[in-house]
Ligand binder design. Structure first.
Ligand code: DLL
Length: 435
């Protein structure tokens, strides 16, 4: 059994957890109703009053909150406390439209540190560790989120932020980094820099990497673990809910435990809003029952996953979510077929002859959608021989076609030609949306 930061809440019986959630939910709905005009209007319109919400079973009576609601009330109109109680602002990246602003009270920062402490503890960190935070610092929640969690458990934080890979490696060597936190794609860039500098992972003190902020597959995890020689833990979160720390993997690597005493999850059918049963795949929705600055009720994340309530071998009873395969708005519809970039990633990495770097270019010629996949060769398999390249391109093309049911063009490119990311990787260029 692995270590837990907060045994009481992390291994609570379902009955006790429901009691905690129900009490906190009733209080949260009251606060939001009285302090957030747009949400009060939504509840009034549906004829629901705070008195109707007594237990988690009543959640489904409540209206949803969407990213659009936050945009409509930009910047501070969704906050539930006076601005004088807000001590920190962050913002979501705004890759899919105008950015949204999130605000934290002092208690919210404590909650965030607490859930990050659980996350880091599950990823093998203790007060004796050196945590190198290579997530970006700034309005993005990654850097400061992991930073405060690290200090909270009493470990030593190395706040280097993202980028400058050679310096990252130097710092890992000189400062004795034991835990590295960054995006999965950036961890692969760092693995390449290690190779370039002829530094062997075994010569470092690294024992785990804590990766998240973008979708990645199990195949990519194997690649990272093999290249860095350590366990790679998936961590999940989003700015609107708190930042990193919403859900985290334990040593069983069998789904991510949600800190559900703070964030109650539901899975819904994204088209009808109907709540789905355990194990069914749909859109993840969260209600943040302890947040003060920006409490959100039934916030639609657009992330696609499923929930599992069975007991985990690590001893935690916190519900698990499957790794997020993508966002509903990342889903490409190509000639009527739904395609997630992560499905293509799985196909590529299962073949083993290409690196974990790829780019999907979607376009429209006349009325027909086209998809081209640029794939980087692994240096060990790289060949100048045209026939060998053509053979591999054909193999990848038919693997994509048999898995996804659509044809695509495949172009192999030389090692290190696809742009490396320091934060969230860009996997898709959809030219149809540009025109
Ligand atoms: O990415 C918070 C974060 C920072 C999480 C560091 C983990 C580590 P946002 O910039 O608001 O917040 O982006 C949130 O990123 O809705 C997912 O679509 C995606 N995402 C985050 N973590 C994962 C993950 C941060 N582990 C959006 N797997 C979310 C897949 C992830 N997608």
């Amino acid at each position: 059994m692995g270590n837990m930061w907060d045994q009481k809440y992390e291994s609570m019986s379902r009955e006790d957890m429901r009691a905690v959630q129900s009490e906190r939910l009733a209080d949260c709905v009251r606060r939001v109703y009285h302090n957030v005009p747009f949400f009060r209007a939504k509840m009034d319109e549906m004829g629901v009053s705070p008195d109707d919400i007594r237990s988690v079973d009543d959640l489904k009576k409540l209206p949803f909150t969407t990213k659009q609601d936050l945009r409509d009330t930009y910047p501070y109109g969704s906050f539930a406390t006076p601005m004088s109680d807000i001590v920190r602002i962050h913002a979501s990246s705004g890759t899919t439209g105008k950015q949204t602003v999130v605000g934290y009270t002092k208690n919210d920062l404590r909650t965030w540190s607490e859930v990050m402490a659980r996350t880091l503890t599950a990823a093998e960190a203790t007060k004796h560790d050196f945590v190198q935070v290579a997530y970006g610092y700034g309005l993005f929640t990654g850097g400061l989120g992991v930073h405060y969690g690290t200090e909270y458990i009493g470990a030593t934080v190395i706040p280097i932020s993202g980028g400058n890979s050679k310096r990252q490696v130097q710092v890992m060597q000189d400062f004795g980094t034991t835990v590295l936190a960054c995006t999965p794609s950036y961890s692969l860039s760092l693995a390449e820099t290690l190779l370039e500098l002829e530094v062997k992972p075994a010569d470092l003190k690294l024992k785990s990497v804590v990766l998240g902020a973008e979708p990645w597959t199990n195949e990519m995890r194997k690649d990272i673990e093999q290249k860095l020689g350590v366990h790679a833990y998936d961590i999940y979160g989003l700015s609107e809910i708190i930042g990193p720390g919403v859900a985290f993997e334990c040593e069983c690597q069998n789904g991510l435990h949600i800190s559900e005493d703070h964030f109650i999850p539901e899975i819904i059918n994204p088209d009808t809003g109907e709540v789905l049963a355990e194990g069914e795949v749909g859109e993840l929705v969260f209600t943040t029952v302890t947040k003060e600055g920006l409490p959100l009720i039934r916030y639609r994340t657009r992330d696609i996953t499923s929930l599992h309530y069975g007991k985990c071998d690590c001893g935690r009873t916190l519900v698990r979510m499957n790794r997020v395969s993508g966002r509903s708005d990342d889903m490409l519809i190509i000639r009527g077929v739904n395609v997630f970039p992560s499905q293509i990633e799985s196909v590529l990495l299962e073949m083993g002859e290409t690196a974990s770097h790829y780019l999907i270019i979607v376009d429209r010629v006349g009325i027909l959608d086209t998809m081209e996949v640029l794939v980087e060769m692994s240096p060990e398999y790289f060949s100048d021989e045209v026939r060998a390249l053509e053979k591999l391109e054909k193999k990848i093309r038919s693997a994509i076609e048999s898995t996804l049911g659509i044809s695509s063009k495949v172009r192999l490119v030389e090692p290190k030609t696809i742009e490396r990311s320091e934060g969230k990787a860009k996997r898709v260029i959809d030219k149809r949306k540009l025109s």
